[in-house]
Design a protein around this ligand. Sequence first.
Ligand SMILES: NC(=O)c1ccc[n+]([C@@H]2O[C@H](COP(=O)([O-])OP(=O)(O)OC[C@H]3O[C@@H](n4cnc5c(N)ncnc54)[C@H](O)[C@@H]3O)[C@@H](O)[C@H]2O)c1
Length: 392
Amino acid sequence: MKEIKKVAIIGGCGHVGIPLGLALADRGFTVTLLDKNEKAVQLLNEGKLPFIEDGAEVLLRKYVNKTLFITMDPVCLKEQHCVIFVTGTPVDEHLNAKVHAVLDVVKEYLPLLTEEQLIVLRSTLYPGTVRIVENMLLRSNFKCKLAFCPERILQGKGIKEIFELPQLVSGCSEEAEKEASFLFGKVAKKIILLSPEEAELAKLMTNSWRYLEFAIANQFYMIAEAHGVDFYKVYNAMTDDYPRARHFPRPGLAAGPCLFKDTMQLASYHDNGFFLGHSAMLVNEGLPNLLVEQLAKKMGGSLKNKKIAILGMTFKANNDDIRESLSFKIRKLLEQKMAFVLPSDPYLKETLPLEKALEEAEGIIIGTPHDAYKELVLSVPFADCWGIIRKE
Ligand SMILES: NC(=O)c1ccc[n+]([C@@H]2O[C@H](COP(=O)([O-])OP(=O)(O)OC[C@H]3O[C@@H](n4cnc5c(N)ncnc54)[C@H](O)[C@@H]3O)[C@@H](O)[C@H]2O)c1
């Protein structure tokens, strides 16, 4: 086995690519991040991050232009021992996975790849995609070492988690599996070997499970609210010193680029027979509607011409990532009710400052449980499924 020393990451300036690239550089590899996002490439070359990622800036400054290179020029691929693909796998308007998106990216860079290289797919994949890519490569007379090693880090916490989580490794050949195990063995604390099909399902099921966990918390919240019961009193009673409910999540807007999409991919894979997954979608996607209804009720039934602030527009707390954030769905629903919407988020410059939003708002919906809202005492009606605003 030729030792892997140089690694390129295609889609390397995104949320998966940056933590992985930094982690590999920190373990002694020479890493090249290849991306089409000109702004992100420029920022990273200046030692700045395009988004919030805990612990990443220190590593970036340490390795950039030494053993970490960021470029838009695909020619860099030729000299690599390993090429990792982390570009996304979206779902279409019918919630089916766009498998061809993965094939297109691989085809795009194929002329620059060599058969000696280890090729790793790291995006979340629709089950069967690894074999489809393998088949496409074989049909192009390209016999490479193909592995699938899905990413499982938490948004914004990637640097910490990449070193702590076990890494799922699968290969289309023994050689691919061995080389991928070597590579990720330098970063992850444990390697778990699977077949490509098992790894694809393990990743999708992990995310679907999380989505379902949020859905049951949200459904319980909806049940309690519908019956005029204080859900958080119930929640605290359920989880207080009771080991079997220790991991019960709190209710909240279940959003972001992965959980919903991956649950729908699993449903589509099982011929839309993943009933719990679809039910979870109905509950989680219905929570914004409930919050708007709750607020309308507290404000006399109509939100027409009322100034309503949404506090928090990002999809998770204390982060600047707005991808698939349900706060934007709340905004749309409020607009349909003919309210004046005042979006505010301390992590998004283009939104209203908190003081201004609080000064003007006649009603408030908490979109994201940022720490900045924890001490707030609100004097106008509000809807807060997260339970972070203290009730006077
Ligand atoms: N964000 C997460 O925490 C996370 C965790 C686990 C798995 N995933 C999965 O990883 C995949 C990538 O997610 P992400 O969050 O990094 O997405 P992202 O949008 O943050 O990053 C994707 C990057 O790929 C680049 N790109 C797109 N097409 C390209 C091309 N043809 N050539 C070069 N660069 C290209 C984009 O410019 C972008 O920088 C998805 O399948 C996602 O489901 C994400």
